[in-house]
Design a protein around this ligand. Structure first.
Ligand code: HAM
Length: 420
């Protein structure tokens, strides 16, 4: 038997219903914030991710699914959504008429060759948003508020961990300070960190191997290297978040695992029993340099992404109610082939009038069709009988009260509309 690949999963049955509910909540909130849906390809040139996510990031060095296609092109399955959106922004010249920022959201599969565990897969689904074309601090607050409120609407109590990496000048100063700090201590860090010191010492701070070492804990803090402008900006953001009553805390150790960030970085965390201590459900930040770095015109931007699978697991672990459809409106029952033709016509009519309908496709007896209707939790039964049909009537049974009524086929839609 051919089985699924390690780190992948099927979304079937109730899992699919739960996922649909979460996606519906996300779509609705994005529309409220006036974001537009965007789709970009699942595979892109490898260069795109090397130049954006970063040569020194774990994602690019260890986790991408790379292959050479039949035309000898170096291709990568996207490990995240931001790079593709930015490529699309540049390629489609969306910068041409930037009287308003471009605000987009996406939801789709991403691929990272990670060690699979609960909430961490090799193919996973990410929902993300990007706001391109404004440097206004209030847009940082908007992105954080959308992320925060999405979890609230889903019923998860989350906290925002917030930090600032500052502008280029602040980041350069911080980078130098980290270099000086880590150099004498480098022998006690892992082999990867030795490489990181040369390539990008910021990456040492989110090393999974050395995470608990005192050397990392006592490392210089970003906040002490912010220049005046960057610090003012960070303070302003906190004022906006206070006004929006968003539960956040400053975490000066937060640097994020992708290379493109400057100024605001944040993660959404929650206490999830099944995941151990505080778990990261999503994260994002500002990436003002990325569009220029990918040969577009200098354009500020900020975004956020969250793992759908991880969010659903968190909801399950917290026993949050998924509002999934648990019943159908009408089950149409029939006995012989003539009645089946009427069922065929009626189900089309009822569905087109907005009812959730089902019928029998297995040649079941009436007794078993009653059982099917119960399995679907049908609120009403439409029971077809040739004699009634001759009089242009059908029997409608309320499946809860068990009351029955003969209803003219012409009045059926209005009748059920009134009852439901
Ligand atoms: P990220 O922190 O790498 O950021 O990923 C965002 C979220 O995707 C994570 O917090 C997690 O929920 C989910 N995720 C990541 N890897 C996995 C995995 N292997 N299995 C399951 N879920 C996973 C980004 O990807 C940035 N593009 C976010 C962003 C958008 N920054 C600016 N705009």
């Amino acid at each position: 038997m051919i089985t699924k690949q390690k780190g992948t999963y099927d979304v079937v049955g109730m899992d699919a219903k739960k996922r649909k509910y979460v996606c519906d909540v996300i779509d609705a909130i994005c529309e409220k914030y006036n974001y537009t849906y965007i789709e970009t390809p699942i595979f892109e040139s490898s260069e795109l991710f090397h130049r954006s996510v970063g040569e020194s990031s774990d994602i690019v060095t260890k986790e991408t699914y790379d292959f050479v296609d039949r035309g000898e092109r170096n291709i990568t399955l996207r490990p995240e959504g931001t790079a593709g959106v930015v490529r699309s922004f540049i390629e489609n010249k969306m910068y041409g008429n930037l009287s308003e920022p471009v605000k987009v959201y996406y939801n789709g599969p991403m691929f990272r060759y990670e060690r699979p565990q609960s909430g961490r897969n090799r193919q996973f689904t990410q929902f993300g948003i990007e706001v391109i074309g404004t440097d206004d601090v209030m847009s940082d607050a908007e992105v954080i508020s959308l992320a925060y409120n999405t979890y609230k609407l889903l019923g998860i109590d989350v906290k925002v961990q917030l930090n600032s990496l500052g502008d280029n000048e602040s980041r350069d100063n911080y980078r130098k300070a980290l270099m000086e700090y880590f150099k004498p201590n480098i022998d006690s860090l892992c082999e990867d960190c030795k490489v990181r010191l040369e390539k990008n010492p910021l990456r040492i701070l989110d090393c999974k191997v050395d995470a608990n070492s005192d050397i990392l804990k006592n490392a210089p803090k970003t906040i002490d290297y912010l220049n005046e402008d960057s610090l003012n900006r960070f303070n302003k953001l906190q004022e906006y978040l206070d006004l929006m009553e968003i539960d956040y805390e400053v975490n000066t150790n937060l640097v994020r695992g992708l290379d493109y960030y400057n100024h605001t970085v944040f993660e959404i965390v929650a206490d999830i029993p099944d995941f151990g201590s505080q778990s990261v459900l999503g994260g994002g930040g500002r990436y003002n340099g990325l569009i220029e770095q990918l040969d577009g015109p200098s354009t500020p931007a900020i975004g956020f992404a969250m793992g759908l699978d991880r969010t659903i697991l968190a909801m399950e672990s917290l026993d949050v109610k998924f509002k999934v459809r648990e019943n159908i409106d009408i089950f149409i029952m029939y006995g012989n082939l003539d009645e089946k033709e009427t069922a065929c016509y009626l189900i089309q009519d009822l569905r087109m009038n907005g009812f959730v309908c089902e019928t029998d496709y297995m040649g079941k007896s009436f007794k078993n069709q009653f059982k099917s209707a119960d399995r679907f939790n049908s609120k009403f039964l439409v029971i077809l009988n040739s004699d009634d049909i001759k009089n242009y009537k059908v029997k409608v049974k309320d499946n809860e009260t068990k009351e029955e009524e003969l209803v003219s086929i012409n009045d059926l839609v209005d009748y059920l509309d009134m009852k439901l």
